[in-house]
Design a protein around this ligand. Structure first.
Ligand code: DGJ
Length: 745
């Protein structure tokens, strides 16, 4: 999968899907040559790259004005040697100079993939992947950069990172250290990003890129609810299912920056990595620094093609939990049922009701510790509130386990309330600057996870609870962003290491807990989806998508999330109607059908529901158990977004013997024309039977003609019992849905 051509001095990373080619340029730097669909091994470099200079373009050679770094496509560009676009890194020496000149030194190619120490990273066996490491050297600084490239069998992805190793001469200061940089030949792309805010996370947006920089970033200490660490560049006519698209993503949960920079000569630089904002890292002699890994995916099969490659990579080579490729338990969470107002009896009633409905896991959310009856108190005091829960966590968890349910528990390990014992005893554990006030976020402060003592303390406290052995699931919440970013334990030359060290502390705690308790399923959460990123997925194979559980808003959120993240990672629950966040009313059916495209659960007070509603939930659960494997572990396709006032998703099982189709209508349109949707990914030689209407369809018929959508209101049907024609099972009216299951016959 990786070949070095001695004569041309070029590297070719290649599998069935992609080729990625770069080479050693005549000045010793690395030049980028090609990234796209797989091409011949003996491709001529002369056709892929052309040296070019022009007036005002600086040149490293006295006698060759046709070679300018400002125009050439590059791999990991230096600062100050003639390229005026953004560099991939910046190193300051003891004299204050940031001019560097890193040249090819050596390389190694090996089978398999090494994981990164202290950071989440991809993994793969020797049969599944190959890794190339190219060493660049700057002799004036005596510093090396090792660029790592991994290619995987059958996946259109390359994973990259960079390691800086200081030599013997002097201390160096890394001002910027991106994970990935490459230059695309052209610039006629549209950028896709996933942005939003609390309760409307990861909405898909599209914008033009033009001369100059188009960028996304987070400076909040978390990958953030506002912009996800991902963007894609697609050609104008690229659709969901066809056309070129490049996607980049960062395996990191802290501040990031991703930039597409178009220069005057119509090429596009793609840069992604740790945000250089308020970042600097001191490298003493012989010390090293490793960047997080970045992923780039190319697909000629449109946005869905790109998404499926991200999903495959994450499920196979990133999510390390034993649950990654297993079906997930159906859970009930008490948050929207009780908020802080619960007793042990209430929790047991909810659990008993849940068991009767067929639910498999009970999750006790916020409010079980200290004096936590309100969000101004006790965060950080991880000792059970015996007034509320007389049997303690161990006793309660045992009772619930004895009912035949698994038990899960909420923590917010990184935070503290001012009104807490932890704050009173250990103000030194909290980030901030002496003699300055701290900003509040949800009435809480941030613990200094850059300080190992703090991480040790929280690990001990959590272990004390978890050691009871009855806890099968943890919801790890994080409800504010970082301000007054200062660790009092860092000396003045290292103050700007804080943001990165904080995230390393979070990863350290995750690493220790997941190692000590490998059977616990972790779900990450940050006021909903505020840290939904590949870094978190490494430890926690599912993440709470959003605090907004309204079925209609969730369609948009889950649609956007699926652009990068697999269905099995999306925590999605059926909640009350009217919805607690936006007060919209939707049917139990629609709430269930939307939540089904995720890790399914309930978050409402089932003790207050009617028998009819409980019976409907029972049926929902019986049905979901039959098809959850297909939805959670199959291949996911987005079919419609807003067109015909509908969204549609489908998941096809790995062997293509089953599939599930979900069709969701927002507002009803009176008397429209007939509409159909073309299905995807079926076994084209097969016929499939729809279990809901007993009809048989040819796979080619479904993929080429399509599946006919339900007829909406035409004026001919008056009966109040009208339930549609039952071809698709959608009701007439606003906010309706159907979920259809098909088996190959
Ligand atoms: C924010 C989360 O997103 C909610 O689901 C819930 O766990 C609350 N925090 C609890 O404080």
């Amino acid at each position: 999968m990786i070949n070095f051509d001695e004569k041309r001095k070029s590297f070719h990373l290649k599998n069935n899907c992609i080729s990625y080619i770069f080479y050693i340029m005549k000045n010793g730097h690395l030049g980028h040559a090609y990234y796209g669909e797989s091409i011949e091994d003996d491709v001529s470099l002369e056709n892929l790259v052309r040296e070019r200079g022009c007036v005002l373009a600086p040149c490293p050679f006295k006698d060759n004005m046709n070679f300018s770094l400002d125009i050439m496509s590059q791999e990991y560009p230096c600062n100050g040697t003639g390229d005026f676009r953004d560099a991939a890194f910046s190193i300051r020496d003891e004299e204050g100079s940031t001019i560097t000149n890193f040249k090819y030194h050596s390389h190694t190619i090996k089978e398999g993939k090494e994981i990164l120490e202290g950071l989440p990273s991809t993994f793969a066996t020797k049969d599944e992947s190959m890794q190339l490491e190219v060493c660049l050297y700057d002799d004036v600084l005596d510093c090396k950069i090792y660029l790592s490239y991994t290619i995987f069998k059958d996946i259109s992805a390359i994973v990259r990172s960079a390691r800086f190793v200081n030599g013997q001469k002097q201390n160096l200061f890394l001002e910027k250290a991106l994970s990935l940089s490459f230059d695309l030949f052209d610039s006629d792309y549209k950028m896709l990003t996933l942005d939003g805010a609390w309760s409307r996370e990861r909405h898909l947006h599209e914008r033009e890129i033009r001369e100059g920089q188009t960028s996304i970033e987070s400076k909040r200490g978390a990958s953030s609810i506002f912009t996800n660490p991902f963007f894609a560049l697609k050609k104008e006519h690229t659709t969901e299912h066809i056309g070129d698209i490049y996607g980049v993503s960062l395996i990191y949960s802290g501040n990031f920056k991703a930039v597409a920079e178009v220069n005057a000569y119509d090429s596009t630089r793609v840069n992604i990595g740790i945000n250089p904002y308020d970042f600097e890292w001191k490298l003493e002699k012989n010390e090293s620094f490793i960047t997080p890994e970045a992923i780039c995916v190319y697909s000629p099969l449109g946005v869905n093609g790109m998404s499926q490659n991200f999903h495959k990579l994450f499920k196979k080579h990133l999510m390390k939990s034993k649950y990654s490729n297993q079906i997930r338990p159906i859970l009930i969470n008490n948050w929207e049922a009780t908020y802080f107002d619960f007793t042990e009896d209430k929790i047991l009633q909810l659990a008993k009701g849940a068991k009767d409905l067929g639910i498999e896991l009970f999750v006790l959310d916020d409010g079980w510790f200290g004096q936590r009856n309100i969000d101004t108190k006790s965060l950080g005091d991880w000792d059970v509130n015996f007034d509320k829960l007389p049997s303690g966590i161990e006793g309660l968890a045992k009772k619930i386990t004895d009912m035949g349910l698994k038990f899960g528990l909420w923590f917010e390990p990184e935070m503290v309330n001012e009104d807490s014992n932890l704050f009173r005893e250990h103000e030194d554990f909290v980030i901030g600057t002496p003699n300055r006030s701290r900003s509040y976020g949800r009435n809480q402060f941030v613990l200094d996870f850059a300080n190992k003592k703090v991480v040790d303390y929280i690990f001990e406290k959590m272990s004390k609870i978890l050691d009871c052995g009855y806890i099968s699931y943890i919801k790890w919440d994080m409800n504010r962003n970082i301000t007054e970013q200062n660790s009092q334990t860092l000396d003045k030359e290292r103050k700007k290491e804080f943001f990165h060290r904080y995230i390393l502390g979070v990863y350290d705690l995750y690493e220790r807990l997941t190692k000590k308790y490998p059977d616990i399923l972790f779900e990450s959460c940050a006021s909903g989806g505020g840290r939904f990123d590949p870094g978190m997925l490494y430890y926690a194979p599912q993440a709470w998508c959003s605090d907004d559980t309204d079925a209609i808003e969730r369609l948009e959120i889950q649609y956007g999330t699926s652009i990068v993240y697999p269905v099995s990672s999306m925590g999605s629950h059926v909640s009350a109607s009217p919805n607690h966040q936006i007060r919209r009313s939707t049917s139990l059916k629609m709430r269930g059908d939307v939540a089904a495209f995720g890790t399914f659960g309930y978050e409402l007070d089932i003790t207050k529901m009617s028998n009819d509603e409980l019976n409907e939930i029972k049926e929902q659960i019986i049905a979901y158990k039959k098809y959850r494997e297909t939805i959670q572990l199959g291949t996911f396709y987005r079919l419609l977004k807003g067109k015909y006032n509908r969204y549609a998703f489908m998941s096809v099982s790995e062997s293509k013997d089953k599939f599930v189709l979900g069709i969701f209508k927002t507002l009803c349109k009176p008397n429209p024309g007939l509409k159909k949707i073309k299905l995807k990914g079926l076994d084209e030689n097969a016929h499939y039977k729809c279990n809901e209407n007993n009809k048989i369809y040819g796979a080619k018929e479904l993929m080429n003609f399509g599946f006919m959508l339900e007829t909406e209101f035409t004026g001919l049907v008056q009966s109040k019992d009208y339930k549609g024609t039952l071809t698709a099972g959608e009701d007439i009216g606003d906010f309706t849905s159907c979920l259809l299951t098909f088996n190959k016959i």
